[in-house]
Design a protein around this ligand. Structure first.
Ligand code: 5AD
Ligand code: SF4
Length: 450
């Protein structure tokens, strides 16, 4: 048995966090141990993100730090996992010789073998993408906790013209419904309180005749007192059936992350987003009608190629029209291999920055106003952790995914409570008086696959 100690650092999206748990699952099965301190490790792995240039730069910084450790610990193995793997293979292994192994998102089963080779001085690269790999049989390594991620599908076939994901993560494929339901049940039995179903575009989930709404409903029934969240939805595939499914199940959270990217139909077309602003707004309107109190967040890109001042104003108008609870806002970052790369990166950086700042400022104002309306109201909160700033307070979330700081009031982490909001800013609600509630199973029939 190996007793090599592994340290893993994870960057990027929730999918990457879920992937790290899969890699740890694979390693655990092979007898490796983990450490939270890079200095203690025999093997350092970085799970990378290539979605924007900024993310890549941070990872280069970390590699520099590990190179420094390697100076006084020459046997240290350094490896790159995930989205940057394919892109960096020749650069990092052959030219700069910083890393010993590089493993892409579909080759995580080979991590133990590649580590073993690296320990005897052989460098290794495994970056092939697969049409079928879902790691369905791998049990992710998870410490006990409140919230868990489950990748229900991998890859993406949408080919938005700005996005590297179809190249770094390959084609869309889904895990079988029943095995996801079983995983959720076992998390439920272990005392987890929330599960987050992940996919680059969950709405294209498919298992034979079952679609994502079927999966969501099966999961909601299997774990009736657990909160069910999911991300990311694509506006084109955001169906009525899904809207009704969210409304029907009390434990499916009333929160939808629905990236619009731009408020200009001309830009949406150049982005190959395959919907119009009108279609998008109609989906929001329908969801609000069927799911009272639903909250929305979005992703916005500022400064896509050819974006004019007019296009940018349309994005600001959409933000005003929808009034999102929150948004993830980015400056366009040209990525090699994508279609948009060919369009040139013609919006000057200072213009992108100014537009992004206008978007952020407007969104913060809207989030602030929406949160002010909650003052004096009672909200249901799941207590997730201690507050980052003080152990005298807890941090939790509303069903609508808003962060709440609340007094301890005899509660424990993992409890549900009703809290009264007394203060709010654009990002956080502050509560006073929190009273524990028991979550009663609302739906008790478990799902039978017929
Ligand atoms: N430049 C800027 N933002 C991007 N995103 C994806 N690719 C790029 C890019 N090249 C953003 C999109 C996506 C989110 C995950 O990251 O808004 O929804
Ligand atoms: Fe990228 Fe578009 Fe797929 Fe999202 S839907 S992962 S933005 S290609």
């Amino acid at each position: 048995m190996n007793k090599q100690k592994i340290y893993i650092e994870t960057y990027g999206c929730q999918m990457n966090l879920a992937d790290t748990e899969i890699v740890q699952g694979v390693l655990k099965k092979n007898g490796y141990e983990f450490t939270n301190e890079a200095e203690q490790a025999d093997v350092v792995l970085i799970n990378t993100c290539a979605i924007r240039e900024h993310a890549e730069e941070r990872i280069y910084g970390r590699l520099g730090a590990f190179r420094a450790i390697k100076k006084h610990k020459p046997n240290l193995v350094v490896g790159i996992l995930g989205c940057m793997a394919e892109r960096l293979r020749s650069k990092l292994i052959e030219e700069e010789k910083i890393v010993d192994l590089i493993v892409g998102p579909d080759e995580y089963r080979r991590v133990p073998e590649l580590i073993d080779n690296a320990l005897i001085g052989e460098k290794g690269i495994a970056v092939r993408l697969s049409r079928t790999e879902t790691y369905d049989d791998i049990e992710p390594y998870r410490e006990d906790g409140i919230s868990a991620w489950i990748a229900v599908m991998r890859g993406c076939d949408k080919f938005c013209t700005f996005c590297v994901v179809p190249f770094t993560r390959g084609r869309e494929r889904s895990r079988p419904l029943q095995s996801i339901v079983n995983e959720v049940k076992s998390l439920y039995e272990r005392g987890f309180k929330e599960v987050n179903l992940l996919g680059q575009n969950v709405n294209s989930y498919r298992d034979g005749e079952y679609d994502f709404a079927d999966l969501l409903s099966a999961v909601a029934k299997a774990a009736p007192t657990m909160r069910i969240r999911f991300t990311t939805s694509h506006p084109q595939d955001f169906s009525d059936k899904l809207i009704y499914t969210i409304a029907e199940h009390e434990n499916i959270c009333n929160y939808i992350h629905l990236p619009i990217q731009s408020g200009s139909n001309r830009i949406l077309e150049l982005m190959n987003r395959t919907y119009t602003v009108e279609h998008y707004l109609e989906r929001i309107e329908k969801a609000r009608k069927i799911i009272p109190g639903v909250s929305f967040s979005t992703d916005i890109i500022a400064g896509f190629p050819t974006e004019t001042e007019e296009d940018h104003k349309m994005t600001l108008e959409v933000l005003k029209e929808v009034r999102y609870d929150g948004a993830f806002m980015f400056k366009y970052s040209a990525r090699e291999r994508t279609k948009a790369w060919e369009m040139g990166d013609d919006v000057p950086d200072e213009v992108k920055t100014r537009r992004l700042n206008e978007i952020i400022e407007l969104q913060q104002k809207i989030s602030y106003e929406i949160n002010q309306e909650l003052i004096g109201k009672q909200v249901e909160v799941l207590v997730e952790d201690f507050s980052k700033k003080s152990k005298d307070f807890y941090m939790g979330r509303t069903d609508t995914n808003k962060i709440v700081i609340l007094p301890k009031d005899g509660l424990e982490i993992g409890d549900y409570c009703i809290a009264t909001i007394v203060r709010a800013n654009s990002a956080t609600l502050f509560a006073e008086k929190a009273e524990k509630i028991e979550k009663l199973p609302v739906l008790q029939n478990t799902y039978e696959k017929n």
